[in-house]
Ligand binder design. Structure first.
Ligand code: SF4
Ligand code: SF4
Length: 383
């Protein structure tokens, strides 16, 4: 039995460091832990320099096609919704627009645009506005940056500045699934981005945690995605349900403004919302330990540890998302959308020429075998 706040903090700090294999979360040492154990109340945090007050548990709409989930999220007090121009061929944005018609002032909407020429980007933003049934986007995100060059591209800043001046976007930022620590460090230097949407979960390294802290210090609002590290349903894990624990773990980092777990059902959004203002428990740590064991060697957990290791420039981390979407989320649509981003699969044929893979996974994944699996999935997806 743990007695007193200090013992509890030490316990969780030590356990989280040893069990899930990452550095202990500084948040676990803060004094606010005691008062936040009061049960499921909505918690708001400031989204960096935007000053927007967002619910710490927000909603990733990407996989959702049921407006009832959005209505339930709204009723639960959740106010920040992440969608994209490309999700479901635009139908995802349409659903968000319709669900929140008449409630626009009460919700914050984040959507995305892909790097292209100005005419195409402008057309994309206009389409998003029409689908969302609004004349402004709260946060407009560059979709899926991989390199530090993109983070500091003056051409992109120029476009985003125009969108702000024209009142089409209140705030802007970028998203990334790979190389996140470097990108966040670069963004902290350039001071041009208001928000960063990054993969962040309990499997990630200390260097990403430090980069998140640096970016937050530069007042970049950190929105965490891929918080569940895989999307496996409990049925597939013999009843194990670590999703609340994984979400709690991310939110223990106060440098995170909010998390946008991808939910598809009313039950899932209720499960996620209940995490606000709660703490990791011993049971949660045990669940994360078991989940970590389940994921090991199975799918990429987007930890970022092997960034830039393919000597042939294959975007292996982004491609490994395809396996996660296939094995965990079991969603053909997500696979197709991922592959369409920046022509992701264009040089995967190079993997066939490698007798062994130079990428070393820090989590025991056989990357060569995974890249073979990616090739098979692509062949079946006919992309
Ligand atoms: S198999 Fe070769 S080309 Fe493919 S990711 Fe590994 S090192 Fe790169
Ligand atoms: S392949 Fe391994 S090291 Fe690379 S990002 Fe995925 S889990 Fe991390």
């Amino acid at each position: 039995m743990l007695s007193g706040k200090m013992d509890r903090r030490k316990f969780i700090k030590n356990l989280s460091a040893t069990v899930v294999g990452v550095a202990a979360t500084p948040l676990l040492e803060t004094a606010s832990l005691g008062k936040s154990e009061q049960g499921a109340k909505v918690e708001h945090r400031t989204l960096g320099k935007t000053g927007l007050k967002v619910t710490s548990v927000s909603m990733g709409v990407m996989n959702c096609s049921d407006p009832a989930v959005l209505h339930r999220a709204f009723d639960l007090g959740i106010n920040f919704y992440d969608t994209a121009d490309c999700y479901m061929g635009g139908r995802n944005e349409e659903m968000v627009g319709k669900a929140f018609e008449g409630k626009r002032q009460q919700v914050l909407i984040q959507t995305k645009v892909h790097d292209s020429d100005e005419k195409k980007m402008r057309a994309s933003v206009e389409r998003s506005l029409r689908r969302l049934r609004t004349d402004y986007i709260d946060v407009l995100i560059w979709h899926n940056f991989n390199s530090t060059k993109e983070v500091s591209d003056p051409r992109l800043f120029e476009f985003m500045t125009k969108m702000k001046k024209e009142g089409k976007a209140r705030f802007t930022g970028f998203s990334s699934h790979s190389n996140m620590a470097s990108l966040l460090k670069e963004a902290s230097k350039s001071n041009q981005h208001d928000v960063a949407l990054v993969s962040y979960n309990f499997t990630h390294s200390k260097s990403l945690k430090e980069a998140v802290a640096l970016a937050a210090k530069s007042e970049i609002g950190i929105v965490a995605m891929k918080t569940q590290s895989g999307g496996y349903k409990k049925e597939k894990m013999g009843g194990l349900n670590p999703h609340q624990a994984a979400l709690k773990y991310v939110l223990m980092d106060q440098n995170v403004s909010c998390a946008v777990p991808g939910v598809t059902t009313v039950e899932e959004i209720e499960e996620c919302a209940a995490v606000m203002r709660t703490l990791l428990t011993e049971k949660n740590i045990d669940e994360l330990k078991r989940y970590h064991g389940f994921l090991r060697g199975r799918v990429c957990t987007f930890c970022g540890g092997c960034s830039g290791e393919c000597p042939y420039g294959v975007s292996h981390q982004n491609l490994l998302r395809v396996v996660a979407y296939h094995e965990g989320y079991e969603e053909g649509r997500l696979i197709r959308e991922a592959l369409e981003e920046k022509d992701l699969a264009k040089n995967i044929h190079l993997c066939s020429d490698c007798s062994s893979c130079s990428v070393v996974c820090r989590r025991g994944l056989d990357v060569k075998a995974q890249m073979r699996l990616v090739q098979t999935i692509i062949a079946h997806s006919r992309v």
